[in-house]
Design a protein around this ligand. Structure first.
Ligand code: CP
Length: 316
């Protein structure tokens, strides 16, 4: 297995199954620190730099919480408009990263431009973690999702995944790469204009992912072990910021999970949603035995602890 020490985490394409399990094991070992709301001194000499060119609640704060739980410190920006990249100068990723690499030991970057973290990694002498790049990928979210499923089901093999939402979404790309490493049957449901792009289908075909596409959640809910959701009422992920203006529309019933839909689901099926949500996943489902998105919030900190400890070389 490749070492994580010093490694960039940019994509789940090519991430091997034993690497998932390695991060899960480290997460399990570190979880008590977060569960007991303690701080350790594992990363006491380390600094995390957060470079967020797009809004975030969970991803930035989960990385920051993870670093603080491990005794490190955090610096960075959550609004590029307050930096030289967001004003008159439009400072390049290369020039920005050549500064940031001296301010900390690992950089976590979210960017509206697909491939921006890869570009940053070319210039940074410290590890770069992709916190979501345009429509591209969101590897740390999907590592969190897979860890949550593994904790709940005890395995990732032999499961039926039902994926509902916008298939151009970065989580759906990382999730598809991840599923290809396991014995998983995937069913995708999306509006036609948000379906898997032909070039992405070629990629998952090449990875031998077992998948099908159906039209309505009711056609597939009964077989699902894992229901994985994203909105279909979405902002434009190629923009630094997409303000809501006017009526954004409602989610059609075939892409919605409701209490009524869940009556047809398996008793032990679980629902994951990376959040934020619109009306595709109704709050009436939150109190059911199926909901696991709040567990994901806790696991999101633990998985980022595992990643930071691993890429900074303090846990192997
Ligand atoms: N799931 C996710 O990426 O959430 P944020 O946009 O709040 O980081």
């Amino acid at each position: 297995m490749r070492s994580f020490a010093g490694r960039d985490i940019l994509s789940l394409k090519g991430f091997e199954r034993n690497e998932f399990f390695r991060l899960f094991e480290i997460a399990d070992r570190l979880a008590p620190i977060a569960r007991d709301r303690k701080r350790s001194d594992l990363l006491k000499d380390k600094t995390l730099v957060t470079a967020f060119y797009q809004p975030s609640t969970r991803t930035r704060l989960a990385h920051e919480a993870a670093m603080l739980r491990l005794g490190g410190v955090v610096t960075g920006f959550s609004d590029a408009k307050m930096t030289r990249a967001g004003d008159f100068y439009q400072e390049s990723i290369k020039d920005t990263v050549h500064m940031l690499e001296y301010y900390g030991d690992v950089i976590v970057m979210r960017h509206f431009k697909q491939g921006a973290p890869q570009e940053a990694a070319k210039w940074a002498s410290v590890p770069v973690i992709n916190a979501g790049d345009g429509w591209g990928e969101h590897p740390t979210q999907v590592l969190t999702d897979m860890y949550t499923i593994w904790k709940e089901k005890g395995t990732l093999d032999g499961l039926n995944f039902l994926l509902i939402g916008d298939m151009r979404m970065r989580t759906m790309h990382s999730m598809s790469y991840a599923m290809a490493q396991f014995d998983i049957n995937a069913t995708y449901i999306s509006p036609p204009e948000m379906s898997l792009l032909p070039e992405f289908k070629e990629e998952i075909d090449a990875l031998n992912l077992n998948y099908r596409e159906v039209d309505h959640v009711k056609d597939a809910i009964a077989d699902a072990d894992v229901i994985y959701m994203e909105p279909v009422v979405q902002p434009d992920y190629t923009k630094a910021r997409d303000e809501r203006s006017g009526d954004v529309g409602l989610t059609p019933a075939q892409y919605q999970v409701t209490l009524d839909v869940m009556k047809k689901a398996r008793q032990d099926s679980i629902i994951l949603h990376s959040l934020p949500r619109m009306d595709e996943l109704l709050p009436e489902v939150d109190g059911t035995r199926h909901a696991r998105y709040w567990e994901e919030a806790f696991n999101g900190v633990v998985m980022r602890m595992s990643l930071l400890a691993s890429v900074l070389g303090v846990m192997e």
